[in-house]
Write a protein that binds this ligand. Sequence first.
Ligand code: SAH
Ligand code: SF4
Ligand code: F3S
Length: 443
Amino acid sequence: MNKKYFIKTYGCQMNVYDSHRIAMSLENLGYVKANHQQDADLVLFNTCHIREKAAEKLFSDLGRALIVKNERTENGLNTVIGVLGCVVQAEDDQILKRAPYVDFALGPLTYHRLPAILKQLETKHISGILDTQFPVESKFDFLPENKAEGGCSFLAIQEGCDNFCTYCVVPYTRGVEYSRPVEDVLKEAKKLIETGTLEINLLGQNVNSYHGKDQNGKEQNLAYLLNKMAELDGLKRLRYTTSYPADVDDDLIQCHKNIDILMPYLHLPVQSGSNKILKLMNRRHTAETYLEVVSKLKEANPKLEMSSDFIVGFPEETDEDFEQTLKLVDKVSYIQAFSFKYSKRPGTPAAVMENQVPEKIKKERLNILQNKLFALQNAFNQKCVGQTFEVLFEQKGRHKGQFIGRTPYMQNVHASADEKMMGKIQKVKILSATANSLEGKVV
Ligand code: SAH
Ligand code: SF4
Ligand code: F3S
């Protein structure tokens, strides 16, 4: 009988991508996906360290995993528990100390070593293996080929970050910036298209700093890569995320004018509208330079809409600073956004800054900001009623015959459809809208 695996993924899209690649390498070894954690011989947690809550969740999930493991042991079944991802990189041996029943822990850059570790566990009957190296080899050269799971796929083109925003753990968990060679990216993209992908989202912690080498060994930028991607037969939609505002160059802006499969929706995190706070955050943009980039992008493609990330309650943030953020939100009129209370991360410069903002004020500001963002999102969705969009259907809805897909603006659309439409693009007329989703009819 085939062994079963179960992966729980926390955090960003990069982790979703990593979990998919990990699943592929397990399936290569003959594992099959378990529908429930209780049925799994191998349980993996792919973790995130970005905010305090994200990391805490892991330990409560691990506690539950131990209970399941013990129940399975009583039934004569063996369970291997592994922890992967950014918490491992940040906490190093602390995970194995706090949860000694964890069999192995691997950082985000070493998960290509998983098959070897599983073999070690099986043949040598050891446990407590830890690997948090920043290896010299690239994991991408050792992973089995990536294949599509549906109509939309992520594709990592870049990893790590050299920006060192003062609140952020990513440069410490994912290491220095690394760009994959152009040909490797194109090869992976072709395979994804061959196996059913219509939409590819190019991923990186800061995709704008992409500088992968081409066949001649010459470094190329993101705009070059986007143009190459646009030449691929069968690709209908192209996206890239996450962008760093100061690294959006004119070549990239031109792509939004010239590449018709590049979707008219861009996630461009601003974090704050106050220049004082942006400086303390070590972001290399001001509110003004950010707005300038946005207006150039909208000039290149008037249909372009924006999303962003915000942090409220960063050290030293006053009511006035927060007002600046609200003003910027009004100017850009985001159609979607993520907002967070500042969370102190050990080892980052902001964690020891003076004038930390009290929790109560953080909460109040987050509430005000989220209400505003919610209203903007709702207004945009309402504006879509009566319009027709191309929708890429991705999953089954809760009701029989109902399917869920995405518009070019990443809005969820519910519509009655045929099973055959899964993974396909269909024209859908929007009949009604809420702040979170649209309801439509296939035309
Ligand atoms: N590379 C991306 C995303 C990084 S993490 C970028 O540069 O934007 C995703 C988001 O988490 C960030 O944009 C930020 O808004 C938020 N974030 C990161 N560290 C945080 C912290 N310490 N507290 C609260 N939010 C944080
Ligand atoms: Fe973190 Fe800043 Fe790098 Fe984004 S750009 S990953 S927020 S350090
Ligand atoms: Fe979290 Fe690591 Fe992504 S810290 S946000 S999983 S890069």
